[in-house]
Design a protein around this ligand. Structure first.
Ligand code: CP
Length: 306
């Protein structure tokens, strides 16, 4: 196993055995799991908006019997007075037992981990990575299909800025999967990710045509086109609403296909799809609880996970 059990900054910190082991620990973290984090404190430091990541980490810590401090808006902290990220982390290091950080800058979680003596978890660093989202995505896929090998996963939408796509595609490369990247030209998967996946022996196809992947995809992993990542509003306007999935996609979909989305959505999945058996994105979001309980317990050394 590759993981040092100190921090979780990148999905690349984990090898295939680490991933499978975390998913196994998460399966033991149901509502009946005995709390183990009595007296421990989680600090959630969110410099960017979040609903799922912050609240599911906080709920997970409460479910484990621990406590939570933190902020969801750094403008109310001493960052507004010019305090650096490293100094903020060095202070929180003395107040908490583990930190989850979300920050708009790529590499910020690594910077935080270097400044901290306690474990640091990356809750999303700019357009770079979102490893805990990946683990709950994998948990959902494994729960649904019982396997990863043999699956074709089609990523749809904003693959350039989509940190969830970057982390999940890397994780899936540990398995015998085929990946389809479906995006408009300006939001294609970055070339270095495509070539890295191909070097790992993964069959990759790229297209802008959603219809072409419907008959072959076991998983449609749909993503929001992220307005906040565009430097020029006119560039966003060119791709806004590029994919709007409605019930009509189900006619051509492969038998057993499931739709995942890290959420939030804007307009890329029509509400009419919510009730379809293929739509499992709300279940996926709720899987953040067992997965994040497992990560907190493992990083705090509270489970026998050898
Ligand atoms: N999927 C996800 O990261 O959602 P939030 O931005 O609401 O945390």
């Amino acid at each position: 196993m590759a993981w040092n059990h100190k921090d979780l900054i990148s999905i690349k910190d984990l090898d295939k055995q680490d991933i499978l082991h975390i998913l196994d620990v998460a399966k033991r973290m149901g509502p009946g799991y005995t709390p183990v984090a009595d007296g421990k404190i989680l600090a959630t430091l969110f410099f960017e908006p979040s609903t799922r990541t912050r609240l599911s980490f906080e709920a997970a810590m409460h479910r484990l019997g621990g406590n939570v401090i933190g902020f969801a808006d750094s403008s109310n902290t001493s960052v507004a007075k010019g305090e650096t990220l490293s100094d903020t982390i060095r202070i929180v290091d003395g107040y908490a037992d583990i930190i989850v950080i979300r920050h708009p800058r790529e590499g910020s979680a690594k910077t935080a981990a270097e400044a901290a003596s306690i474990p640091v978890v990356n809750g999303g660093d700019g357009i770079n990575e979102h490893p805990t989202q990946t683990l709950l995505d994998l948990y959902t896929i494994q729960e649904t299909f019982g396997k990863f090998d043999g699956l074709t996963v089609a990523f749809v939408g904003d693959l350039k800025f989509g940190r969830t796509v970057h982390s999940l595609s890397y994780a899936l490369s540990h398995f015998d999967t085929k990946l389809c990247f479906v995006a408009p030209e300006s939001l294609r998967m970055p070339e270095h990710y495509v070539s890295m996946l191909q070097r790992k022996g993964i069959e990759v196809t790229e297209t802008a045509d959603l219809k072409s992947v419907l008959p072959i995809a076991d998983v449609l992993y749909v993503t929001r086109i992220q307005k906040e990542r565009f430097m020029k509003p006119e560039d966003y306007d060119k791709v806004k609403g590029y994919y709007r999935l409605g019930k009509e996609i189900l006619q051509d979909a492969k038998e057993g296909m499931k739709i995942l989305h890290p959420l939030p959505r804007v307009d890329e999945i029509n509400l009419e799809l919510d009730e379809a058996e293929q739509s499992i994105y709300f279940k996926q979001a709720h899987n953040g609880i067992p997965v994040r309980k497992a990560l907190l317990a493992m990083l705090l050394g509270l489970v026998d996970d050898a």
